[in-house]
Every structure is written in structure tokens, then in C-alpha cells.
Write a protein that binds this ligand. Sequence first.
Ligand code: B3K
Ligand code: ZN
Length: 887
Amino acid sequence: MRDPNPQTIYLKDYTVPEYLIHSVALNFTLDDENTLVSSRLTLSRNPASQSRDTSLTLSGENLKLMRINLDDGNDLSKDQYLQTQDSLIINAVPQQQRFVLSIENAINPKANTALEGLYLSNGMLCTQCEAEGFRKITYFLDRPDVMTLFTTTLVGDKDRYPVLLSNGNKIAQGELSDNRHWVTWEDPFNKPCYLFALVAGQLECIADRFTTQSGRDIDLQIFVEKHDIDKCDHAMESLKNAMHWDEQVYGREYDLDLYMIVAVSHFNMGAMENKGLNVFNTKFVLARPDTATDFDYEHIEAVIGHEYFHNWTGNRITCRDWFQLSLKEGFTVFRDQEFTGDRTSKAVKRIEDVNMLRTRQFAEDAGPLAHPIRPDAYIEINNFYTLTVYEKGAEVVRMIRTLVGAEGFRKGSDLYFERHDGQAVTCDDFVSAMEAANDIDLTQFRRWYAQAGTPLLTARQHYDPSAQTLTLTISQSCPPTPGQAVKEPLHIPVTVGLLNKDGSVAPCKLQDGDQACDEVILQLTQSEQAFIFEGLAEQPVVSILRGFSAPVKLVMERSLEESAFLLSYDSDTFNRWEAGQQLAGQIIMGLIADLQNGRGMHVNPIMINAFKQVLEQPWDDLSYFSLLLNLPSETYLAEQMQVVDVEAIHAAREFVTLALAEQLQTQLQALYLNNHRDESGKFDAGAIGRRRIKNTCLSYLSKLENKDIHHLSQQQFNTAKNMTDQMAALTVIVNNPHPAKQQCLDSFYRQWQAEALVIDKWFTLQASNSMPDTFATVQALMQHPAFDLKNPNRVRSLIGAFSQSNPLHFHASNGQGYQFLTDQIIALNTLNPQIASRMVGALTAWRRYDEGRQALMKAQLERIITTEAISKDVYEVASKSLIYKAD
Ligand code: B3K
Ligand code: ZN
């Protein structure tokens, strides 16, 4: 039932907890439909609390309360407590000494389709407690600053639940009558309840071992459903790599004797860092060369790393309150980005991250749900696990590293761990540790935590030949965002390098600065600032915002020739790629204008020549090479337009793709053939790079629509020995008028119907297809026997892919895409509010479209908002989307 006035929670209202929990002993008698939970809490009044209230309020939702007992006396009678929809209030508890509160309640995991709390996934019982899921298991002080010691006993039928897992170390086990058994787990580390986990079911396990730098042996175990046991090796290697990396780079060692990972098929997000017992979406564990692509392999290593790194940045040091979420998420994303960069290619990883940030986080920052990386208000915290908190949060940590340098950053993180181990702290505590370790003042920098919106930098240059100086004037501004009309200037590191006309490095010597360097980090702190470079005998070409040194939009006028020059010569790998994006972006935007004004389209030869040069150079890093050949995505291009014109964007981008394919066919074909191997799918940089460049070429060539190319993709599809190649071939077959399209889709389905994650790809591919019959296909796929609205991976692969990765068809001018999505959101609202709310995302940017589409999208948002029994999750996103107007 919808709360008619969902309550907003404010950061400014934070107060310390009134009670502390010293320890909790939990006992679960497991049953799919009726699990009995008994909890024994040792509590005391928190001396730091100012409150005079002598009652105790615990959170709890959907719980069948059976019994409450204080200090092992008589059970409490009804007049001694009050039960509300979301809490249990014990009227009076001891104020002077510790007391023991025992509670018994029952829950129904099978009925839990929201997948928060204890739920059932393919016959396996598992939990998800972050952010506020523990209250769906039992009554508790469900807030991250209440940390306690957990002991957990699981009791269940031996056949039904042969494996019984929880956090920490297994300390006892035994047999019971009626074919039951029990296991007790003890976690020696204090933790908030959001890190609690239990898993019970018929699971298989692979085991390995890791010896820490101090010589401790850690047991590593990965649990999966039986048929997946042959797909765990990569995850295990990834875990060992992550453990090693954290020791090398941060000096952090694992603390328990056992590290367990469980893969489950029904999961609302990617994975969860529960202490010693991570629960993962199968998507980020299972991989075999024939079932998983190179991207899947990379993402698995990244997510395994991410959750592992949380052990220090999240678990040992956690968040004081949920407004501080970026404290653990921003820092941990930064850590996993660096890990992946070290394991694969730094250049490629940086480009991929920035690409995602600029297409998706920038859109969030410009939309009705824009919020700072440390939000100051929320209705439903699950709505704030956003790209802003995660990805922009990581950029903010990265900027601190840029400002203090790699060594200074390590000193700062050492101090942070030393100061706060075992505590629940704030973003400010993190910044303070960085300041103290480096003796710098980050007062102004802290605005990044409080201010929403993407800053806009405008750079102008002036060269004075007589003084041999170049003046770079940079101004900053930030658009208004919900609740924040006025913005203060930020402290922004802007990395700059200079190039001579022959492409060589020009010295960077700032007036009044140190000696000349290859590049400098400008400290932009004012609304407008001029930086003077001296000793420049000729006018250099400026390479600005190298490595994307700050999460900002940059405007600097550049000719197409200058972009082409930087694409050839910039020594900064990020800016070199960026130059190609700007060149292509400018040309495509010009063609969009041509289309809109009824002019014919012609691709400027400067672009063809620039791409030709790239194609004809030798490259070591083939993945980077293939990124240089990628055109900006339709979503990125849409971000650049005042009023998004999905059809023109698609047509103009396709036109450029075809022109490049036609004019560079010889080079593309040669490159394809040179890199095509009959490989089974080794996960190493060389093989990955070969596949990536080859498949980029195939994707261009497939636009030529000739028989030989059709044959080439069909051939690759038929003979592929790895999923990367098979999927790449199927993608071009499905996205072009290939005669064997349906036949290939059918054979792919038959081949892979037993592999859920591969079938997800099959759904996604069809849902994100730009061919004319896509909408009908999507509707038909909703009725497919393999589709299941209760499985988040399936929902994301069909409904999510259609609404978020298929702008052309989702935004069909008759509104059918919007209506379809809304129907699904309404259905999902009752089943799984978190997933439903994520799906609303595709409608939130309605103000960016033409009037016709605006009206259609708005009408659907209104339909959502008037849904009976709307969840807090969906209500918050839909209502904020309707209310806010940027100008
Ligand atoms: N901390 C979890 C996310 C929990 C999301 C709750 N809605 C995964 C992660 O960021 O590592
Ligand atoms: Zn995380």
C-alpha cells in the first residue's frame, strides 16, 4: 500500500543512535515459505545520544512477530510494545545497564519478489541487506553506524539445504533429528547489519587458497548451482589478482581466514560485499570462453575486485549514514578502475570509464534527479545507488589523487585506514585524512561533495609572438540543479600539454612556475582564470583536460584540422582518442543539421583521411586502436543537442559509418583478415585486442550490404569458438538486412537455451536492434517462454535494453515505446520496486525531446504516478521527474 506522503529523509537531521548493540546471536530455522528467525540482542544506551526518550525503536517490515522478551524475564505483553507498519517500539528499556532483548519472528522468502531481505532464487535461499533489507529479516537498528558482532546459527533440512553459509568463520556444526543439520558462524569483526548475509541450498563449490603478504593462508570458495561449476575459474583467478593488487597498491591484507562468493540468478544489481560472504549476480561470476565475451571476462574481474576492495573501503571502514554512500562507493569504484587499468590497458580503461560517465552520468546530472555525490535528501535510498554517487564519486577521488600525486594519495589512504578502522565515518573524514597526510587545504575542493551538476569549462587561447607567451583563459560555471540555483566555483585540476607544429612535445613553463615540464596541472579555483605559458617560440597546439582530469564539459573552439592533428600526434592517450571523437562528433552534428534543413549529406574528406591515417599506422594496443575507430554513440550525440532528434542522429551516424566503410574498405578488410584467428577465446591482451579490432572492422564492413560480407559474418558466426566472435557476428547479422537473420537467431537460441546468461544476450541483441521490425519483436519476446518478469537480468536484457539502448525505437514518435515501458513498470512496481524504479529512468529526460514526445512521455509518467499502491522507489523517481524544471 502506498504511503500517501512518503517521508523525505534529510542529512541535516542526522543524530547518533540512541542505543548501541554490543552483540547479536541469530538463529534461523530455514523453510522456503516460513523461516523462523530468533534474535538475541545485547544493547545499551548510547552515552553520546542527547535523546531523553526511554523507549527503544527498532525497524522491521513484513515481519510476523511472535514473541519479545526482555532480559530473559516473562515475554512482553501487548501493552509493553507497539508494532507499526515499519517499526517495533518497546515502551521502556533499561537506561543504566546493558540489557538483552530476544525477538522471534517469521518470514516468507518465497513470497519475496522484491529480492531484498531473505529470498528464494532457483531454489537457493539468499539475502540482500544493503541498504535497508535487514529490517525485512528481523527487527533491528538498521542503520550503518550501529556496528555489532554477529553469531549466526542456521538450521535446515540436510537434503533441501545441504550448504549453510553466513559471515565469518564456521565455529560449530551438528546433526538434528528429522534429517536436519545446523551450522554456527561467527564474525569476529564488528559490522553494520547491511553487511549480514546468509545462503542456504544445494550448491557446488570450487576452492583455492591465497597466502597473504604476511604469510597467512586464506581459504577461497566460490559456490554456484551444480551446472555452473565449470564456469568459475576466471572468477577465482580474478579474486586472487584482486587480493594481490590490494596488498601491492594499498598495503591492505585480507582479515578473515575464509572468503566466500556465491553466485545467484536473481539479483537486483551486480554484487554485494557482505563480510566474508559476497553474494553475486551470476553475470559477474560465470564465464567460459564459449559462453562469455571478452567484455564479460573484464567485467567479472572488475566486479570481483570491487567487492573484494570493499572489505577495507566499506566494511572495515563503513558509512556513518546513507548520505555518505560515496565514501565507500566512489573510493571503491576508483580502486576497481585502477585495478582493471593495471590488469588490462590503462588507456582503454580510462576511455571506457569516461565514455560511460559522459553519456550516462552527465545525463543524470542534467536531469530532474540530479544530486551531489553526497546527496542531502532522499525518499528511498535505493534510488541513490546512482552513476553520480558511484562514477562521479570515483572521479572526485581521482581528482584528489591528481592534486596530491600518487605518493601523497597513498599517504592519505594509509592515514584514513589508520584513523578510522572499525568506524562508521563521513566523506569529510576521508578528505580530512587526505589533507592531513599531505598538508594541503581542500576546503574549496569539498564543494564537489555538495554541489550537483556538471561544470562547464570554457577555454580561450591567445598567443603573443613578441613575448613568446600563450595565455590560456579558462572560465567555469555550473548549471542550476534541483534545489540548487546558485553554484560556487569549484577547485578543478586541469592537466594541460602543448605540442609543436611538427607534433613534438612543446615545453610547458608557467610564468612564475617551476621549470618546464611535458605537462602541467592547472589549479582552477576561480570563475575565470588566466594561465600564461612562456618561452614558446611558435604557437603551440593545446592539449587540454588530459586524461580527463576533471568530470566537466569543456568547450574550446577547434578547427577540424586541429582535431585531426591531435588525433595523429597527441602523446596523451585519452586526448588523442578524444580528438577523434570531437572530429567525428563535429562532422556528424553538421550532417544532422543538414538533414534537419533538407540539405544533402556529404562526409568531409578530412574525416576519412584522419581515419585512414589511424588505420594505416602500426599499433601495439589493438583494443586502443579499435577505440580510435569507434564513432561517438547515439546517446553521446544526443547529449550534445538542445532538442534530441533521434532519427536524424541515427541517420547521420549511419551515413558516416557507411562512408567510412565504402572509402576504407580495402584497409578494413585487410585488417579483418590479418587479425582473424581460429582461437578458442583465450583471455589475454593480444587475443582480446585481435578480436576487438577484427570485430570493429566487421561491423563497418557489414554496412556495405554485399554478398561477400554477408558470407563473412555468416562464416564467423558458424565457426566461432568463442562468444566474443559469435556474438559480434550475430550482432552484425541482426543489425543489417542479412538474409539469414532469423535462422541465425534461432540456431543461437537452440545452441544456448540452457545457459541463462547467454539467453540474456539473445534478448538484448534483439531489443537494441535498429531494424524496422524491432518493436513487434520486443512485444513478441515478452511472451517468450524464457522471459520472466521476476528475473532482473531478464528484465534488464529485454525491457532495459529496449528503453535504454535503443533510442530510435524506444522514442518512436507515436509513443508506443513509452506506453510499452509504462505497462511493464506498473507490473514491476508490485513485484520488484527497485527494478521498476530503475526502468523509470528512460522516461525522466522527457524535457530533452520535441513537444510531441514530451507530451507522450509526460502522460506516461502521470500514469505511473497515479498507479495504485505505487512504491516509494517508483514514486520518488516519477514525481521528481514531473516536478522539476531546469530553467
Ligand atoms: N554495495 C552494493 C550495492 C547495494 C545496492 C543496494 N540497492 C554493491 C556494490 O556497490 O558493491
Ligand atoms: Zn560498491
